[in-house]
Design a protein around this ligand. Structure first.
Ligand SMILES: Cc1cc2nc3c(=O)[nH]c(=O)nc-3n(C[C@H](O)[C@H](O)[C@H](O)COP(=O)(O)OP(=O)(O)OC[C@H]3O[C@@H](n4cnc5c(N)ncnc54)[C@H](O)[C@@H]3O)c2cc1C
Ligand code: SF4
Length: 336
């Protein structure tokens, strides 16, 4: 029986494994963390449908548990890849007939944008922190109070030459709108401001969410980038920005600032380029063989891609990629 190794047990890797297993090959998922699920296991409800992230993961885990030809090895970090072998951080080497790399992306470290005060001021949090608070059903300020005025800042660590992240992370505008709605559902009398440069609502149902945020929930959208955040004497945050639609400088006090951190390429991608001869894009994400017809293939025969390893993607796209990669692997094995 042919043996395929999938590196990464996020949604893309899990979907790929379950599709490959149905085609009668032996699959091993290597996951460096203690559990599968990737970033999605940290999210609360998914845009655009507000489906609990845990429902998507339990659906995938159920499909995998039903298959007796899938092995999941958690706590296993892959460090080197060839089409026929994967080396682990432990030094062990596993052999296989093909490899699917589904190692996803890395969250931008908000501390790099010092001017926003993440890690310096209480109540400056990231979108990922807010998901964790939603999951714990405990959205509060550091001193236990309920936030009355909240700002959400778009494009943190994306579309930003200064931090070498020129790409648009694609999912953060809609995440910002989703989180603004969830905050208004929790705190109907709170004021929520989204500071954006452009609103990119590219997917089905996204534009409708954006309208709903304004019309039903009265979320305020301000076109402008925040230039500086500083603490006030009464434990609040003062935000300086420019409203670029009116050209007026703005100074507002808020209780909480949520930074919509972007998706950046994994550091491991550099090693994939140097050691495995795989091509990277200028953004650092891996380069598929062809943008249209070779989307799941790499430039190296026998190495395939699935999910956000090649670009920022949403969960639906990552799942679709997982299924596509499985099809491409079986075609390739058949024609080899
Ligand atoms: C704040 C935020 C909120 C989001 N909310 C939504 C939402 O509501 N709806 C939506 O559709 N999308 C959302 N997304 C996007 C979503 O997170 C991605 O679409 C999804 O995580 C991509 O899945 P993936 O499997 O490709 O990658 P990942 O989720 O990154 O999974 C990759 C897996 O590979 C593992 N791995 C990495 N390197 C190695 C290695 N060397 N060896 C072994 N294992 C390794 C990782 O530990 C991880 O488990 C959000 C993104 C952000 C930033
Ligand atoms: S999706 Fe929106 S917030 Fe995210 S980088 Fe693109 S424009 Fe900025």
């Amino acid at each position: 029986m042919k043996h395929i190794i999938i590196i990464g047990g996020g949604v893309a890797g899990m979907q790929c494994a379950s599709e490959l297993a149905q085609q009668g090959v032996r699959v091993t998922i290597l996951e460096k963390e203690a559990d599968t699920g990737g970033k999605v296991k940290n999210w609360h409800k998914l845009f655009p449908t507000f489906t609990p992230a845990s429902d998507v993961l339990s659906g995938l885990r159920h499909k995998i548990a039903k298959a007796d030809n899938i092995t999941i090895k958690t706590g296993c970090e892959a460090t080197q890849v060839t089409p026929n072998s994967v080396r682990l951080a432990s030094g062990e080497e596993l052999s296989c007939d093909a490899v699917v790399i589904a190692t996803g992306y890395t969250l931008f470290d908000a501390r790099i944008k010092e001017e926003y005060g993440y890690g310096i001021y209480d109540n400056v949090i990231t979108a990922a922190d807010l998901e964790e608070m939603f999951n714990k059903n405990d959205v509060r300020l550091a001193d236990g109070r309920v936030p009355r005025r909240i700002a959400i800042l778009h494009c943190v660590g994306s579309r930003d030459e200064k931090v070498c992240q020129r790409h648009c992370s694609k999912v953060c505008c809609v995440t910002g709108v989703k989180q603004a709605i969830e905050l208004k559902q929790l705190f109907p009398s709170a004021d929520v401001f989204n500071f954006y440069m452009d609103i990119r609502m590219f997917g089905p149902g996204y534009e409708e969410m954006y309208r709903e945020a304004q019309q039903k929930y009265n979320v305020h959208f301000v076109r402008g980038r925040i230039s500086e955040v500083s603490p006030t004497i009464d434990n609040r945050l003062q935000i300086k920005a420019e409203d670029t639609l009116t050209g007026r400088p703005l100074k507002i006090g808020v209780d909480m600032l949520v930074l919509l951190i972007g998706m950046r390429a994994n550091d491991m991608n550099t090693t994939l380029e140097t050691d495995s001869g795989l091509q990277r894009q200028a953004s650092g994400f891996m380069q598929p063989k062809d943008a249209f017809l070779g989307n799941a293939e790499s430039n190296v025969e026998g190495i395939f891609y699935a999910g956000a390893i090649t670009a920022p993607k949403n969960v639906a796209e990552a799942l679709c990629d997982g299924a596509t990669a499985a099809l491409r692997v079986s075609d390739w094995l058949r024609n080899k």
